[in-house]
Design a protein around this ligand. Structure first.
Ligand SMILES: [Zn+2]
Length: 465
């Protein structure tokens, strides 16, 4: 199978060839751990979870290294810790900062686990790699790509002629875009912070430029280098990170002499009911808000994957309801699968769709076809590769009410009565209702057998109880 991926760097869909097929390496920018993940944060997690599953399938479960970082150096984490301290919490500010990062990471794991996302191989915290960041900054200063001024270290953007290539912008356009901050310690307004001083009341680390803390961009360059090596295969993240974050990562790593990432993937943004999600519009919610409202993680996953990752995705109530109905139907079929997971085979159309730049909507269409064909093993195996079916049947989709035995017994009883009365109306009515619910009915002299058929609808079946 040839995996094709759209490389943002070249703006083309390219066949994917790993540097080392025995160790395929991927880095994805992770969350800043200051609060619950909002719904938009879940999109890259699910997109790259699909890619991770596809790569594991193609190269082997142990042949893929996936790194996603936790940014735990951040003013918003510090603020919460300071507020808690002011409110009388015991412990040092450092301990309270750590406590806030720890609890946020725990929430993140709970929420993303509920969406069926596999944990990456490594989830490094920035604070555990400060020494590597300092070493990289020193190297960049030695090579003339960075400089120290007033307790800061800054990257000299004009020293890297390829700057802006990923997002297709020139340095001058970017300056005109006025997204750059002019500061007295900068040689050029485009230069960005690698290291900045810390005030006495905030956490800091000793460095050649004084007590301070790293800028955000250097984190990813240093951790990717430490955990994946000088060159690796795939770098992913949301399109909002392309500039300046990813441009800055590339500039730092390339100027340090690293090959860095070969393929860049960016997912588009998420909207809610056609509008940008924002606190001011009142349509802002977290993954946990949805889970607490009783929206199953599988349903969130389904809605997310039903739009291709390079298109803006719109979260709507309607899609949510449809996803739930579809998954209930699929689970009702798949729960009749055999004990062994490998009984079903992966559908070639579904796999081709995934290999074609992660075309998840097409993969879902293939799953619909499998559901209509009604083979439980086939359906479960293919739901599994999409991450919908993992540790058995989720409780919310437990359709024990639709177990066929009770309907088989009911129909058989009606038939026994009819044999006496010679009135088969009730039997015929129930048969017709079962067929209308997408159930196949077979009878021999002694028994009634029911099977899932085309267009199986568990809700209609339940109505026959
Ligand atoms: Zn990053």
């Amino acid at each position: 199978m040839t995996i094709q991926l759209y490389n943002t760097k070249t703006r083309t869909k390219e066949p994917f060839t790993p540097i080392d097929p025995e160790n395929v390496r991927m880095y994805v920018c992770g969350p800043t751990v200051y609060d619950r993940a909002h719904l938009g944060n879940a999109r890259p997690v699910l997109v790259f979870d699909i890619l991770y599953r596809l790569l594991r399938h193609e190269y082997g479960e142990n042949a893929v290294t996936y790194v996603r970082n936790f940014t735990d150096v951040d003013d918003r984490i510090n603020e919460t810790a300071q507020k808690r301290k002011a409110a009388g919490a015991t412990g040092t500010l450092e301990a309270l900062i750590r406590e806030r990062s720890d609890e946020t990471i725990r929430w993140y794991h709970d929420d993303m686990d509920a969406l069926g996302a596999l944990r990456p191989t490594h989830e490094p915290r920035a604070t555990a790699f400060i020494a590597q960041m300092i070493a990289m900054i020193e190297d960049l200063i030695d090579k003339g790509h960075a400089y120290a001024k007033d307790g800061h270290a800054l990257f000299r953007v004009r020293s890297y002629t390829e700057y802006g290539k990923l997002s297709g912008r020139s340095v001058d356009d970017m300056i005109a875009g006025a997204r750059v901050e002019v500061a007295p310690f900068k040689e050029d307004p485009m230069d960005f912070v690698l290291w900045k001083p810390s005030t006495d009341d905030l956490p800091g680390w000793d460095s050649p430029w004084g007590r301070g803390r790293p800028g955000w961009h250097i984190e990813c360059s240093a951790m990717a280098h430490e955990l994946l090596g000088e060159s690796f295969d795939i770098h992913g993240g949301g399109i909002d990170l392309q500039f300046p974050h990813h441009e800055n990562e590339i500039a730092q790593s390339k100027c340090a002499g690293h090959g860095f990432a070969n393929v860049w993937l960016h997912n588009e943004m998420l909207q809610v009911e056609g509008k940008k999600m924002s606190k001011s519009l009142g349509n802002f919610f977290t993954v946990r808000d949805l889970l607490n409202q009783g929206v199953p993680g599988e349903v969130i996953r389904f809605v997310m994957l039903s739009t291709h990752y390079r298109k803006p995705m719109d979260w709507t109530e309607k899609k949510r309801d449809e996803a739930e109905a579809t998954l209930r139907k699929w689970f009702a079929i798949a729960e009749n699968a055999g004990i062994l997971w490998n009984e079903g085979s992966l559908d070639p159309e579904l796999m081709n769709a995934l290999a074609d730049d992660l075309n998840t909507p097409r993969a879902i269409t293939a799953c619909h076809r499998l559901a209509n064909a009604g083979d439980p093993d086939e359906l479960r195996r293919n739901m599994e590769i999409l991450g919908f079916y993992q540790k058995g049947l989720p409780a919310w989709a437990d359709t024990s009410a639709t177990h066929f035995t009770q309907y088989e017994e009911k129909l058989n009883n009606l038939r026994n009565i009819a044999k006496q009365t010679k009135n088969y109306t009730a039997v015929d009515d129930m048969k017709a209702a079962l067929i209308a619910a997408g159930v196949e009915v077979k009878m021999d002299k002694e028994n009634v057998y029911l099977f899932i058929g085309r267009g199986f609808d568990p809700e209609k079946l339940k109505a026959l109880q």
